[in-house]
Design a protein around this ligand. Structure first.
Ligand code: PRX
Length: 668
């Protein structure tokens, strides 16, 4: 109960005690007693026959036609799960539940940032999804044609995704925090035929135009966007929108005139369900392409078993945005495939107040909560007194995702939010993996703060050495890899099979997927994921590439060169730090700094703006001209410099250190 929760000094003392003790946390007897999985037999079962294990899980879905081959692995890394099978994801997320008599079950308790509320049942989804699917068909969308979605966290985003799935049109959702320019680019590279967006969005009490900005970007481009035939506009936040005759249509009008019946068509198991652009080592985001049958199998199984879901009783709350993979898999496809009831919140975690999540948990009696470490750290900063004001006793399980969780944040989450009673599942996975890969199973695993523990049943994750890709001994750091394939594995990078192979399979062969993270396995076999080994930065759980930010910064006419690194940050995990060299004709100034920030906001989105810009006359480069980011990281984090002998001009570092010190003292 609220009154029992630790706050203030007592909490600090307990946190320190547990940190020192290095405690581990087995599930309570009570939790084990009612858990879906309560012993390790499931790993034995999956180890003995991983493909058979996943087949068993796939049978939980409804297939229009059963598969002929469970896994065709004859052409790695192009794996074909449930080959010959036919399925419709929207049918599995909606219709079959209505047919089973669950039409009145709430799919979403939607809560607006202005305190407005909507209850969406499975019958409501059934009706709306069919209308939206026909609306898309009326606009000429055919199976295989891409539909872009750029919407705030409103129920229409889910309806739009499921409508696409229903007619076999892969969706390409762009997170609402990306700029209109990023949206236009993603529409262009995915050849989107229709874009579904909103007239406006609510942003912490203010309404911001969305469609208008998208228009400005698209109409301002030479030749516009050739593939884009229509923009479907959801009226939201009381905003009107400019509408171009013949191209733009209102969502409500288009749905009103659509036929209410749209039977779900079966598609091949590997039919593309969606593309989600994500950052890699290059400036160009990669279009990660997911299929249907395998992805849905992995999404549904992991959502049910990692979170121990009892769909008839639980209320699920995932705080992610639907525009990221966490939202795709654990707001839309996983929960809906399992007929779960979810909370969906429109706003920011600190609006209208910093206790809004706890208010929602109390109001809707959430039983599970899934969020990112960066959010937990923000809540820690706001104080344990805030959640203590709410009744969080309905919670029985907590989850974490997106970045390594530091043990102190884990313990705070456990004590303050979980009241010491809720297992925490620290779930490791990626946009590419589609669903959770390494995580405790809450009724079995002895959780350790900071470790994602074991690969799930049916998943083979290993820590290997850089040179040969052989498994390293326990306790040693190495590269995290995934062997073979798993149902939710990305199918390819959209339109670029070569890049797919080169990015993930050029290092250790076509049957070993290179994750891009460093990790270590402890003596018990538990995994500790350390962080990225490539130039991907994780800012508040948002994946960004240093090259992408650099390319935005050098778009400013006064900038000669830029190098971006991820600097450790207590709050956001990592923060963007940019070393910028201006053209000699320009002097450094606060104005240019503000302009550089604006360029990044326009090009990518506000969340990608550097936290720190360091002016530098020169950058440390090797003799072949490669920027040594390791040295920049050392400088930014105030560490002793590593080996500088390979530099073309070692004096650059001394100069840079002087500049950083001078700038730091100026900034006070
Ligand atoms: O570095 C890992 C980190 O996030 C990366 C994947 O980012 P993204 O594709 O945006 O997906 C995030 C949500 C699934 C990984 O390569 N990461 C994700 N979860 C964890 C994590 N690092 C440590 N522990 C985790 N639980």
């Amino acid at each position: 109960m609220a009154a029992d929760r630790l706050v203030g000094e007592a909490l600090e003392v307990e946190l320190e005690r547990l940190l020192e003790e290095g405690a581990s946390f087995p599930p309570s007897q009570e939790f084990v007693g009612s858990a879906l999985i309560s012993d390790t037999a499931v790993w034995d079962r999956a180890d003995a026959d991983p493909v058979g294990f996943w087949e068993e899980q796939a049978r939980e879905l409804v297939w229009a036609k059963p598969w002929d081959t469970a896994l065709d692995d004859s052409n790695p890394p192009f794996y074909d799960w449930f080959k010959g099978g036919e399925i419709n994801a929207s049918y599995n997320c909606v219709d079959r539940h209505v047919e089973a008599g669950l039409g009145d079950r709430v799919a979403f308790h939607w809560h607006g940032e202005d305190n407005s509320q909507r209850t969406i049942t499975y019958s409501d989804l059934h009706r709306e999804v069919q209308l939206a699917a026909n609306a898309l068909k009326d606009l000429g969308v055919k199976p295989g044609e891409v539909v872009g979605i750029y919407l705030p966290m409103i129920p229409e985003v889910v309806v739009a995704m499921l409508a696409c799935a229903r007619i076999g049109a892969p969706h390409n959702v762009v997170f609402g925090g990306f700029s209109a320019q990023a949206v236009a680019e993603r529409m262009e590279v995915s050849d989107a035929k229709v874009l579904i967006t909103a007239s406006g969005a609510r942003r912490k009490g203010k309404a911001a135009p969305v469609k208008e900005q998208v228009d400005a970007e698209i109409n301002g481009r030479d030749g516009g966007l050739p593939s884009l035939e229509h923009i479907l506009v959801v009226k939201h936040a009381g905003q009107d929108a400019p509408m171009l005759d013949g191209r733009d249509v209102w969502w409500h009008e288009q749905l009103q005139s659509a036929d209410p019946d749209c039977p779900a068509e079966p598609f091949d198991a590997d039919h593309p369900l969606f593309i989600l652009y994500s950052s890699g080592s290059t400036a160009k985001p990669k279009g990660i392409l997911h299929g249907t049958g395998g992805y849905l199998t992995g999404a549904a199984w992991t959502h049910k078993h990692v979170f121990d879901l009892k769909a008839d009783k639980d209320v699920w709350f995932c705080s992610a945005d639907v525009g990221w993979i966490t939202g795709h898999t654990y707001i839309v496809y996983g929960p809906l495939a399992n007929a779960a009831t979810s909370i969906m919140y429109e706003g920011a975690p600190d609006y209208p107040h910093q206790g809004i999540w706890w208010e929602l948990i109390e109001k809707y009696k959430a039983t599970m909560f899934y969020t990112a470490p960066t959010a937990i750290r923000a809540c820690m900063k706001w104080g344990a007194e805030l959640p203590a004001k709410y009744d969080l006793s309905s919670l029985r399980l907590l989850g974490s995702v997106g970045e390594p969780i530091n043990p102190k944040a884990w313990l705070w989450y456990h004590l303050v939010i979980g009241g010491g009673n809720c297992p925490i599942v620290d779930t490791w996975w990626q946009t590419e993996t589609g669903h959770i890969m390494i995580s405790p199973l809450p009724g079995v695993t002895n959780a350790k703060p900071g470790s994602a523990t074991r690969p799930l049943p049916g998943i083979r994750a290993e820590v290997v050495d850089e040179a040969e890709g052989n498994e390293v001994e326990r306790g040693r750091q190495g590269l995290l890899v995934l062997r073979g394939s798993w149902p939710g594995m990305l199918k390819t990078l959209y339109g670029d099979d070569e890049l797919f192979i080169q990015t993930y399979f050029s290092r250790f062969g076509k049957e070993t997927y290179l994750v891009g993270d460093a990790a270590r396995q402890d003596a018990d076999g538990d995994m500790w994921v350390i962080g990225r080994i490539d130039d991907v930065v994780n800012v508040s759980g948002h994946r960004l590439s240093t090259a992408e930010v650099e390319s935005a910064i050098v778009g400013h006419p006064a900038v000669a060169e830029a190098a971006v690194i991820g600097q450790s940050d207590e709050q956001s995990g990592q923060a963007i730090c940019a070393f910028v060299t201006l053209e000699s004709s320009h002097a450094t100034s606060d104005e240019i700094m503000a302009e550089i920030n604006q360029v990044v906001a326009d090009r990518i989105g506000k969340f990608a703006r550097p936290k720190r810009i360091i002016w530098s006359d020169d950058l440390p480069k090797t003799r072949s001209g490669k920027i040594m980011r390791r040295l920049l990281r050392d400088i930014a984090e105030g560490r002793a410099l590593g080996d500088v002998t390979t530099l073309r001009d070692p004096a650059v570092m001394a100069e840079l250190e002087k500049q950083v010190a001078a700038q730091a003292s100026e900034e006070g």
